[in-house]
Structures are given as structure tokens and as C-alpha cells.
Write a protein that binds this ligand. Structure first.
Ligand code: PLP
Length: 410
């Protein structure tokens, strides 16, 4: 008899965005004339800049010629891209990362999900609450959680670190020992950031407790404040305890193209039951070379073009477009009397739901009364209840109109 992986049965049934899509589809069916504006899902809308498209077109053309055709590439990515990452994403920050520490992938969703392969099931996982759902769900799937508790809305065996207005969205160090710590900055969903000094506390904690930090920097390109680090490796000692995830998805509009990377420094170790240190770089290399056959040549050439002068310039134009949207949302909501967080170093605006409504009640109100779609904060964790996320990834016209509608809402 084939047995199922029962960890999957611990998962909560409906993924947040699936529920939203279903609710919006039902509303659209009943109200076919409604002009629905979607500022819910964090997907980009700006077209890919031409220098990047040109690079991908050139790569495609190479595949049609005998002399330049490419089959399987290196499982962990082409050196031409890793050299650019080393130079532009790290050396520029004063951080020395070797190309053997960089692993190219098809997206950090897969990387965040796959990295758990390297760690024992007994590890204690800490996640911020609220947070991007993938960290929690992939640990539930791989057996690191207990059952879901319907009353607390939390899984057993997972350490939740509340981030709310009460602690200024700065998670406190855990009171009980933890082994795997997920940090996401700039944060999805709250749009908030950690300063160098705040992040250093986590690096120090991980070093003292032989823990690991899994640092998701998907939104790094949105940072504008000087005291916010662009990489965790800007913090002294982080190379001993941190794995960093970066993606071209939100940076360069690659959500459909797919290209990202993980940095696993040689110094990062996990330990056997007997306390023997093991280099995680070697294990990740082994894992990727076994279970992954590499990101496509075309997408890697596209990613490489984001580092050219013209490519970078046009990428930043798109980012500034989104940042302007974020400003319009933040300022508009504040004018309308809302309490708003994020939206400065991030494309996400996190607002306090007014009049004691729940996150989902506010979702329904926005959808039914003004046909605007956002994301209920509670979908990202129990401490997200009473909050709501809007994204700056819409078009300028839709962003302005959505905010006008919110301002005029009764
Ligand atoms: N990490 C965070 C925090 C995200 O918000 C997202 C996408 O929304 C991802 C990772 C997924 O990135 P990718 O497109 O590289 O898989």
C-alpha cells in the first residue's frame, strides 16, 4: 500500500491568493459591469526593459545555430551571470562573495522551499508573524511543524515572532532556542525594514546559538534609506550564519521569465547530532546538481543584461514607477485618515483596518463597495489580523483611481 506524506495533511486547505481569486471571480460574475482594480497579488505589471529583451532575443537566436546551440547548462548557473552578481550585487557593497557561493535558480520560491532539504526535521523554526506564507508551508510539508491549532491559528512547534505596530514591526529575539530563522527584508507583507543595528542583533543571536538565518531579500532593489542593508552580508559575521535569497522577479519584471539566486557562503555550517560541523555550501551544491537541471540559458542572459548600464537604468526607471505608486497610495491613505506602514523601501503598503473590522471584512467592503482588491493581513499570519496589504505593482492610472475610490468610500 502506498502511504501518503501525512505532513501535507497538516496544511491549511486554501492558500490565501486562491481564496482571493475565487472571491473576486464570484463577484465579477455577479457584477459583470464592475471595473475591478486589483492591488492584491504582488505581481509586476511594467514590461521588461528593452536591453534585457534584446539579450534574451540574442540568446534565443544562438540556440538556432549549430555553433552556438546550448543544451543542458551548469546545474548551478552560468559563470557569466555569477561574475556579474559577485561584482555588482556584492563587491559594490564591500562584500566579498566567491562565485562558488552563488547558485542560480528559477526563482526563490523554489529555493526557499527546497533549502529545507538540508536541515534535520528536529530543527525549531522561527518565522515572523505575519509573513510571506511559503516559509511556513514548506516547513509544514517537510514535517517541522505539529498540528494546526484552530483556536490560536498557529501550528504547534513553530515559533511565531509577532510584528505589529506595537513593536514597530521589529521582531523580538525568541525567548526559546530556535535553529532556523526566516527573515524577509524589505518585508512582505508589512513593507517595513530592519536597520543595520537591528539586523546585527539577529546575526549575533544566530552566531551565539549556532542557528541559521534564511534571509529573503526579494525586494532589495526598493531600498532607499541609507541605514537599511541591501544584503545581510553587510553585517559583520553574517557569512557564518546566513543564506541569502535574491530574485530578478520584482527587480527586473522576471516573475514570468524566472531567474533568481541563492548565496550559501562556505563558512555557513550546520551540525551533525554529534556536533560535527558540515559545510552547507557543499550540501546545497549536491542537492541542486541532483534535483535541478539549471535555469534556462535565455533567462540567465536576460538577468545578466540587468547589470549593463542601460539595463540597470531602465530597471530602476520601472522600480521608481512602482515607488511613485507606493507614495501615491501611502499619501492618499494618510490623507483619508488611515494609519499606514511600509511603502517607502518597499512596494507594499500595510494599513491598519479602520473601525474594528477584521481583515476579511475590510476585503469584502473594498471589493463590494468600491471594487478594489487588496490582501487581508490575517492571510499572512494571525498577527496580521486587523491589517490589510495594498501593492504598488499596479498601473499608475489604476493606483490613482483605487486611492480616489478609497478616499470617497463611506
Ligand atoms: N519571496 C518573497 C518575499 C516574495 O514576496 C516572493 C514573491 O512574491 C518570492 C519570494 C518569490 O520570488 P520568485 O518569483 O523568485 O520565486
Amino acid at each position: 500500500m502506498i502511504n501518503v506524506n501525512e505532513n501535507f495533511l497538516n496544511l491549511q486547505n486554501s492558500y490565501l491568493f486562491v481564496t482571493i481569486v475565487k472571491k473576486v471571480a464570484e463577484f465579477a460574475k455577479e457584477n459583470p459591469d464592475a471595473k475591478i482594480i486589483k492591488l492584491g497579488v504582488g505581481d509586476v505589471t511594467r514590461p521588461i526593459p528593452k536591453p534585457i529583451l534584446d539579450a534574451m532575443n540574442k540568446a534565443t537566436a544562438e540556440l538556432g545555430v549549430k555553433e552556438t546551440f546550448k543544451g543542458y547548462g551548469p546545474e548551478i548557473g552560468y559563470d557569466f551571470l555569477k561574475e556579474k552578481i559577485k561584482e555588482f550585487d556584492y563587491k559594490r557593497l564591500g562584500v566579498d562573495i566567491d562565485i562558488s557561493e552563488i547558485f542560480i535558480s528559477d526563482g526563490i520560491n523554489s529555493d526557499c522551499g527546497n533549502i529545507v532539504d538540508l536541515f534535520s526535521e528536529d530543527n525549531k523554526v522561527a518565522i515572523a508573524d505575519p509573513v510571506y506564507p511559503v516559509y511556513l508551508d514548506t516547513n509544514v510539508m517537510s514535517g517541522r511543524s505539529g498540528k494546526y491549532n484552530e483556536t490560536t491559528k498557529k501550528y504547534e512547534n513553530i515559533v511565531y515572532l509577532p510584528v505589529t505596530a506595537e513593536n514597530n514591526f521589529i521582531p523580538e529575539l525568541p525567548k526559546e532556542p530556535v535553529d532556523m530563522i526566516y527573515l524577509c527584508y524589505p518585508n512582505n507583507p508589512t513593507g517595513t525594514v530592519l536597520t543595520r543595528a537591528e539586523l546585527k542583533k539577529w546575526v549575533d543571536y544566530a552566531r551565539e546559538n549556532k542557528a541559521i538565518i534564511l534571509f529573503d531579500a526579494a525586494y532589495e532593489v526598493f531600498i532607499s534609506d541609507d541605514d537599511v542593508p541591501h544584503s545581510i552580508y553587510e553585517i559583520e559575521g553574517a557569512k557564518e550564519v546566513a543564506i541569502e535569497f535574491k530574485s530578478y522577479s520584482k527587480t527586473a519584471g522576471f516573475t514570468g521569465i524566472r531567474c533568481a539566486y541563492v548565496v550559501v557562503p562556505k563558512e555557513v555550517k550546520a551540525y551533525t547530532k554529534n556536533g560535527e560541523p558540515v559545510e552547507l555550501n557543499k550540501l546545497w551544491d549536491r542537492r541542486q546538481c541532483t534535483k535541478f537541471n539549471g535555469a534556462s540559458y535565455i533567462s540567465q542572459r536576460g538577468a545578466e543584461a540587468t547589470y549593463t548600464e542601460e539595463g540597470r537604468k531602465q530597471v530602476l526607471e520601472n522600480i521608481n514607477y512602482y515607488k511613485e505608486n507606493a507614495k501615491i497610495i501611502k499619501n492618499g491613505l494618510e490623507e483619508a485618515g488611515y494609519t499606514v506602514y511600509g511603502g517607502v523601501n518597499s512596494p507594499y503598503i500595510w494599513l491598519k483596518v479602520p473601525n474594528g473590522l477584521t481583515s476579511w471584512e475590510f476585503f469584502d467592503k473594498l471589493l463590494n463597495e468600491i471594487n478594489v482588491v487588496g490582501t487581508p493581513g490575517v492571510g499572512f499570519g494571525p498577527s496580521g489580523e486587523g491589517y490589510f496589504r495594498l501593492t504598488a505593482f499596479g498601473t499608475r492610472e489604476n493606483t490613482i483611481e483605487a486611492i480616489e475610490r478609497i478616499k470617497n468610500m463611506k
